[in-house]
Design a protein around this ligand. Structure first.
Ligand code: IMP
Length: 201
């Protein structure tokens, strides 16, 4: 099965491709670059599902009607912040979506929050849109806690601040091999992979 990936984020594309390769899932993930890149999308629906649906619709305008399109909308939801930054994770520090500034803002906002109240969940929605409005939604999440200071050089975004439950290292210290086994995206991907296999093509 061919899935056009409605994203301009190279980190997400790389993670999804290695998840597909590792599980020998019969899928080819095709970058939006082959059709001129991902159109700009205002992520203003307030939900992961709604934003993912907007991304699929935006790329649909550049593809034939029978194309299958995949979008990822994801973020980190912090209990002490009432679930923020959540769907706003990409734009937490401002509209230009600077990941370094986003991470620095979360570190600053969480500075006074004690060790026992630093619980957070990474959440991921993978939404697949097909011909005639067909739609499938797969969700994944990974719970953990936030450190006071970032640690580690792998991954992207908020990875250096997040220690998943059951581990002592951050996503950014654990690296791709471990992250791709346990992450929110890996959980959602596992459900999508089951669906692809069940379709049989
Ligand atoms: P969006 O799904 O394009 O709206 O953006 C998701 C944002 O959430 C990213 O820009 C990151 O800031 C954050 N995010 C999502 N998944 C991850 C992850 O696996 N690691 C670190 N940050 C992530």
């Amino acid at each position: 099965m061919k899935l056009f990936f409605a994203s301009g984020n190279p980190h997400k594309a790389a993670e999804l491709q290695s998840l597909a390769d590792a599980g020998a899932v019969p899928v080819q993930i095709v970058s939006a670059r082959v059709v001129g890149g991902m159109p700009a999308v205002e992520e203003d629906t307030g939900t992961f599902v709604g934003n993912a649906r907007k991304k699929v619709l935006a790329l649909r305008s550049r593809l034939p009607a029978d194309a299958w399109i995949l979008a990822d909308d994801s973020g980190v939801c912090v209990d002490a912040l009432g679930g923020e930054p959540g769907v706003e994770s990409a734009y937490y520090a401002g509209p230009d979506g600077d990941p370094v500034a986003n991470l620095a803002k979360l570190v600053a906002v969480m500075r006074e929050v004690p060790e026992t109240e630093r619980e957070a969940q990474f959440r991921c929605v993978l939404l697949v849109g097909g011909p005639d409005g067909a739609e499938e939604i797969f969700e994944g999440q990974c719970g953990g806690r936030l450190l006071l200071e970032p640690r580690g050089g792998a991954g992207f975004g908020y990875d250096p601040l997040f220690v998943p439950h059951g581990y002592t290292e951050t996503y950014a210290e654990l690296g791709d091999a471990v992250k791709n086994r346990i992450s929110h995206r890996a959980q959602a991907w596992g459900r999508l992979a089951e669906w692809i296999r069940a379709r049989g093509r």
